[in-house]
Design a protein around this ligand. Structure first.
Ligand code: DCT
Ligand code: MG
Length: 389
């Protein structure tokens, strides 16, 4: 059913640009106050990265550049900036001079030049230009719609659609205003309570775990991610469908995209990495009542509704794959990428959300906890709150 989109949603673009404009005073390089940076690993899984980012001014700029390269299908350059941003996020303090930056992994000529410009004048001309680029702004806006990726956004852009038109796009615009607004920790907690009650009313020994950004200690997220499973072998998919039924019954489901499991134990290991795992899952939009949220809804619109729509993902692996799923869904994306790269390059192993495979021994390595997986990889354990790479 088509959903009307109001012009106020176009404010998104402005808000986005505002988010990335620095607004702060120029920082001048000062050789006397700079401290030498300790040796930093090229792998995010060997770095500890909390949510306290001392280099936000640089990493925001790098993320814009990474995104711009991605929009132009220059994956190599895009990844280079994502890696450089990730390295800077792990540093305990702000970069004060070029000397600090030059010794770091993945900081090449281009990223160093951007840092230099920001150190000198507080912003990067190149980044400012991207942020005011019509195509970049439009793709960004289109991709802020749930379910719209680069391909669709590009198609719409080529058709000459510069902004949303009333009634044009059906499903993605369902509750657009609500789901383009960040979810708070208290809201995530409230959803956790609701789903926990629902799950345990179905199976008393079910296991529900909050994962994604909130497990890493973030205060806000674009959605809330949960793993739900049961020790009863082969019953996890049934549990997920029962949970969906119950949520529907409670009148909490505004949208549900259910994907049945395509997981096949006998086909492990996966030699080709899939972007998504094969477990049963659902992408939901749930109705969250303000009365369930401690301190009320985040940024309540004052429209008197007393509820908001929230994006929620549920994934349901068999208990045997629980630890791998937990590690995979906890993120961050950059942390996951580097875990897999480390496993492959340094240990000759294949890691994904289903399993860890030792290519030398030609065997799957079992794990019941995340600690087991880090140990198999010969890595120091990194707490979820230190995985904000
Ligand atoms: N993930 C992944 N590869 C993908 C998609 C997701 O490895 N293609 C993992 C990493 C994070 C986790 O799943 C949840 O995904 P998101 O919700 O997109 O990320 P998030 O870190 O929870 O971010 P946000 O706080 O914005 O929800
Ligand atoms: Mg998330």
């Amino acid at each position: 059913k088509p959903v009307a989109v109001e012009p106020r949603h176009l404010i998104q673009v402005e808000m986005f640009c505002h988010k990335y404009s620095t607004g702060s005073l120029p920082m001048l390089p000062d050789a006397t106050t700079s401290t030498p940076v300790a040796k930093v690993s090229q792998y995010a899984c060997q770095r500890r990265t909390t949510t306290a980012n001392s280099n936000k001014i640089f990493t925001d700029a790098f993320e814009v550049l990474a995104e711009s390269y991605e929009f132009n299908e220059m994956e190599g350059q895009s990844l280079a900036f994502r890696r450089a941003a990730s390295v800077l996020r792990s540093l305990p303090s702000k970069i004060q001079s070029l000397r600090d930056a030059e010794s770091l992994p993945f900081l090449g000529k281009h990223s160093i030049a951007v840092i230099e410009e920001i150190l000198q004048c507080g912003f990067s001309m190149e980044v400012q230009k991207i942020l005011s680029n019509e195509r970049f702004k439009t793709l960004k806006l289109f991709m802020s719609v749930f379910g719209v990726g680069l391909k669709t956004a590009e198609k719409w852009y080529r058709k000459g659609l510069l902004s949303f038109t009333r009634g044009l796009f059906p499903t993605g615009f369902l509750h657009y205003g609500d789901i383009s607004r960040a979810v708070s920790k208290a809201e995530a907690q409230a959803l956790g309570n609701i789903i926990d009650e629902t799950v345990h009313a179905i199976t008393s020994d079910a296991l529900l775990t909050l994962t994604g950004g909130f497990r890493r200690g973030k205060d806000f997220g674009h959605d809330v991610d949960f793993i739900v499973t049961t020790p009863e072998m082969g019953k996890e998919e049934h549990l997920l469908t029962a949970v969906i039924e119950s949520l529907k019954h409670q009148g909490l489901i505004l949208y549900c995209d259910y994907r049945a499991s395509t997981f096949d134990m006998s086909r492990l290991p996966n030699h080709k990495f899939d972007a998504m795992d094969h477990f049963a899952k659902c992408f939901l939009i749930l109705r969250l009542d303000g009365s369930r949220v401690e301190g009320g809804l985040c940024g309540a619109e004052g429209d008197g509704r007393g509820w908001r729509a929230v994006r929620v993902d549920l994934v349901s692996p068999p208990m045997k794959q629980y630890a791998f799923t937990l590690l995979g869904w906890t993120g961050s994306k950059q942390f996951e990428r580097d875990l897999r790269r480390f496993a492959q390059k340094e240990r000759h192993m294949l890691l994904d959300n289903h399993a860890l495979y030792d290519k030398t021994k030609r065997e799957l390595l079992a794990a019941t906890t995340e600690q087991d997986i880090f140990a198999h990889l010969g890595l120091q354990y990194i707490e979820p709150c230190q995985r904000n790479a």
